[in-house]
Ligand binder design. Sequence first.
Ligand code: GTP
Ligand code: SPV
Ligand code: MN
Length: 605
Amino acid sequence: MTINDIKHPKVKAWVEEVAKMCQPDDVYVCDGSQTEYDRLMKKMVDSGLGIPLKKRPNSVLFRSQPSDVARVENRTYIASKTKEAAGPTNNWIDPAELKKTMTGLYAGCMKGRTMYVIPFSMGPVGSDIAKIGIELTDSEYVVCNMDIMTRVGTKVLDVLGTNGEYVPCLHSVGKPLAKGESDNGQWPCADIDNKYISHFPEERTIWSYGSGYGGNALLGKKCFALRIASVIAKEEGWLAEHMLILKLTSPEGKVKYVTGAFPSACGKTNLAMLIPTIPGWKVETVGDDIAWMKFGKDGRLYAINPEAGFFGVAPGTNEQSNKSAMDSIRKDTIFTNCALTEDGDIWWEQIGYDAPGPLVDWKGNKWVQDKANKAQEPAAHPNARFTAIAKNCPAIAKEWDDPAGVPIDAILFGGRRPSTIPLVHQATSWNHGVFLGSIVGSEITAAALDLKAGTIRRDPFAMLPFCGYNMGEYFQHWINVGKKSTEDKLPKIFFVNWFRKTPEGKFAWPGYGDNSRVLAWIFDRCEGKDNAVKTQIGWMPKADALNLTGLDVSAEIMKDLLSVDVEGWKKEIADVRANHYPKFGDKLPKELMAEMEGLESRLNA
Ligand code: GTP
Ligand code: SPV
Ligand code: MN
């Protein structure tokens, strides 16, 4: 389709204006068809960017520049009119200044390339809950990934009509081509100091420059469905969250729906696709990364997954840890920064078997596995990813794309915490749960490029990199949401930690499928079963309330996992009081201060 197929005058004018600034050779409007996807994929294979995988039908491997493998948090901006609106945890630049800088970068940046117009819907096309975006990009990789991750094409333009609302999303890799030049196997992106992932919340606009990586470039995902949507959600009284959504069915056939916010690379995809190790239980996937939750007429919170695919962490994914993900990526998948085998398949660390021979690693170099060398560089980047179609997941729940959403019974918070935080505990009220969300901390993972992996940082609600406004106001919004309904209808809130370590530095809890044991306890809590004791920090499992049949964990370790580490918690709260909460100044809700003081006095009693 061409620009003249756009019937929405405002969209058309904007596309023309951007084309004038970026000067692409062509403008092409995406129809979202398979033919279009195949043609663009072929173009990338021909230019040496993509490597078709003989072992996986319709699947292609990409290797990015080593500087473009993850989100860049210190190049991500919330350019609200005031710095205060962006808050203490976001990078802020005055919007006029940022636009000036970026307009300079955008000038002529698409020369030698095609500018693609991607009309996309977050949520089922045409449903009340869905929101439309239009991404302009000079990257075929972005078009193909957006095709999988969102609903793209003509049908979206039809819904948009001549005056529908949309979020304009502008993206360029920032690498114009000279006449006759091709990418020639070189992943196009700007150098690291020239990347800008910018959000203009008042205008509901996104401008991204210089990166081709997922979270920086697939603008429907973190930029729109979290940063911009969180601003809209605050205004409209709902929640846009970095959460998985799962459907949990008990052996009796009863169903509960659970959401969970864990920071990047902390286990959302795995929990959403879990295969229980306890008999009779079933987990099905509704979403693995983002949840939009709105109140139904019945006063309950209903969640939808606004995405249509999974952009999942590859390393650690194997038949044991996540069989459903392995099944989802057998075909129709885009792999990024995984290693390549000689027979045309992907490989990564902890894929469940040794490298079947010499590999080409994610940097494009020959790599021979040396198991004796514990310091060997990994063959796949730790943040290597797969982009897979949700419908290809065998564990997908039948209601995964129901525009009505699913009623949420429980919300989990968690992160990678080697000590202090027990395997599971439950908040005693909504506000206590909001308090727990506000103090989430985690060891930093490889999902962001510019942070030091391994150190612990606070990542409230797993939203630190994704909240589009002042985090103190975001806390208040969560408190306010609780006032819109009653405790019996609101989801119960839990804090989980699959990542406790033993003194030897091994994971104390086996995790993955065994997390179903914790989910079963949570299910029973939601049923009102008498399976918990009240402790200083909240409700915890009564002795024998957690099903441990067949579990290979010593009684001593289980005791550690399920008791209150009073001294550890005192340190935790001292850190919240001294270092975390003061950041929010007078934006910190008084309810959270009260929760913190209550916990302090219970720990000191
Ligand atoms: P994003 O896509 O970055 O938002 O991450 P995510 O929260 O969906 O994380 P994901 O489920 O992809 O897990 C990231 C890493 O954690 C993978 O390497 C997993 O193998 C590992 N992991 C997931 N669940 C568990 C668990 O229960 N225990 C342990 N030890 N590791 C886990
Ligand atoms: C995350 O980092 O939380 C992701 C991957 O889910 S990205 O889409 O790149 O943000
Ligand atoms: Mn994520």
